[in-house]
Design a binder for this molecule. Structure first.
Ligand SMILES: Cc1cc2nc3c(=O)[nH]c(=O)nc-3n(C[C@H](O)[C@H](O)[C@H](O)COP(=O)(O)OP(=O)(O)OC[C@H]3O[C@@H](n4cnc5c(N)ncnc54)[C@H](O)[C@@H]3O)c2cc1C
Length: 438
């Protein structure tokens, strides 16, 4: 498994753990974890991120004895270490999907993307989760004139059923959102939201435990045998299950080779700055909106929920690297965008593995009797939650489990077995395109 944390560099005090972990009380994630693996469960969920926890919640509510296991601590994967930015989560544009799947499926995919965003807000509010959820909106910045024009065309030709409510912002107006000359205008997406990802994860663990879900941490599933009932061999012993949910996303491994060959694990990297003087921080980012830019190799950033620092994410190299190395590189990229941050240090640097797919869509379904949802292409806060809920419903036979993401086939490529040897070249290619404004 991908080692999230490298060696702490002796010469600095840079923490190689997510800033989020320090700013959330996550003790419950330790307290609920049992010491002995139960002999059986109706449903075993492999993976304790948003996908697994939402699926588990639905199963437990429907009366199924549900066990969630994770190879690491609960929330070891992306779900406690992401940027906390929530969008409608669909990467391919409507026209691209229309060519691939026809108009009605394309429409349904984008409509469910919008729905996932709205659904998550409703879920958090109805369940009363304490996780700094904020319908703050997003400023999506154009990194060159040509992408600004494309953004403008896209917004002007939105399908009437897919209206995002976005407002185009000219370069002259952008200072109201970001004090930077690095961008060429952009657009405000008013419905996009933010959350404290580790608090949100903790609250899901609390809710699931209250509904009777059981948990095993540090319990790696090493093989899954049978066709239902299933025998799961784990690092902590053996457990029998009537049904199994694979919620492993970017950490999917050879225990499910049929899924491993369909997802491309890619590292995403983040830093937290040291505390910034309020006048400077509020001058640089005058609103509480989350920020992303139009690069294919995207930068995404925001104020921390306590309003004291900037949390900045992106990808700095073709190959996976250690957060001790990526941290200073990301810091330089941040200063390129916001030069007034020169001299402000960083306190934390961390990473996690997201799962890309060959068609840039998430997928949900069943492979060899195992239920799965995965492949959120780096935009899984809303979509993993939403599809985890759908997955749980499918498993307990609730018709509301139906979703358009079951329809497109989950593609692979000949010869691909889960090792993305092509990644460095692909990242360099997209970086070049970003630079050449293609
Ligand atoms: C740095 C970073 C920033 C991001 N920013 C954003 C953002 O701002 N907005 C957004 O929408 N998305 C973002 N994402 C992506 C988002 O976090 C993920 O898409 C989402 O959390 C996926 O949830 P999940 O439950 O499917 O997977 P994960 O949370 O990754 O959980 C998978 C779990 O499976 C476990 N596992 C794997 N194999 C086994 C096994 N054999 N046995 C037991 N357990 C196993 C792993 O230990 C892991 O805990 C970001 C990701 C990263 C890394």
């Amino acid at each position: 498994m991908f080692p999230h944390a490298g060696q702490n560099p002796e010469q600095t005090s840079l923490q190689l753990t997510p800033w989020w972990h320090e700013s959330a009380d996550r003790n419950i994630c330790v307290r609920v974890a049992e010491q002995t693996l139960p002999a059986k469960a109706d449903v075993v969920v492999v993976g304790s991120g948003y996908t697994g926890l939402h699926a588990a919640l639905v199963c437990a509510e429907a009366g199924r004895e549900t066990l969630v296991v994770d190879a690491g601590e609960l929330g070891f994967g992306c779900s406690s270490r992401n940027g906390g930015q929530i969008s409608s989560s669909i990467k391919p544009g409507f026209e691209v999907l229309k060519k691939r799947h026809g108009e009605s499926v394309a429409l349904a995919i984008h409509q469910e993307g919008h729905r996932s965003l709205q659904w998550l807000g409703e879920f958090i509010e109805q369940a009363g989760l304490d996780c700094d959820f904020d319908r703050c909106g997003r400023f999506h910045a154009a990194h060159n004139a040509s992408t600004f024009n494309k953004l403008s065309q896209r917004l002007n030709s939105e399908h009437p059923l897919l209206a995002s409510g976005a407002q185009l912002i000219s370069q002259a107006e952008q200072q109201a959102y970001i004090r930077s000359d690095a961008y060429f205008g952009g657009a405000v997406f008013p419905r996009h939201a933010s959350v404290h990802p580790a608090k949100y994860h903790r609250e899901l663990v609390r809710l699931a435990a209250e509904k009777g879900v059981r948990f095993m941490a540090d319990c790696r599933v090493e093989s899954v045998r049978g066709e239902g009932p299933f025998r799961l061999l784990t690092s902590r012993g053996e457990v029998l299950a009537d049904k199994v949910v694979m919620a492993t996303n970017g950490y999917t491994s050879g225990i499910t080779p049929q899924l491993q060959r369909r997802v491309i694990p890619i590292g995403s990297y983040m830093i937290a700055t040291e505390q910034i003087q309020p006048e400077l921080l509020n001058g640089l980012l005058p609103t509480g909106k989350i920020i992303s830019d139009s690069r294919k190799v995207v930068y995404y950033y925001r104020k921390s929920p306590d309003g004291q620092r900037i949390l900045f994410g992106g990808r700095v190299s073709g190959s996976e690297t250690d957060p001790a190395v990526s941290g200073p590189q990301l810091q330089r990229e941040l200063v390129n965008l916001l030069p007034e941050l020169e001299g402000i240090g960083i306190s934390h640097s961390w990473s996690g593995l997201v799962a890309y797919t060959f068609d840039e869509l998430p997928h949900i379904g069943m492979q060899q009797g195992l239920h799965y949802a995965m492949g959120y292409c780096g935009a899984g806060v809303g979509m993993a939650s939403y599809l985890g809920n759908k997955l749980g419903k499918q498993l307990v036979g609730d018709p509301d489990g139906e979703t358009v993401f079951s329809i497109p086939a989950f593609p692979s490529r000949p010869g691909y077995r889960g090792n993305p040897w092509f990644l460095p070249a692909a990242v360099q290619y997209y970086r070049l395109r970003d630079r050449l404004n293609i």
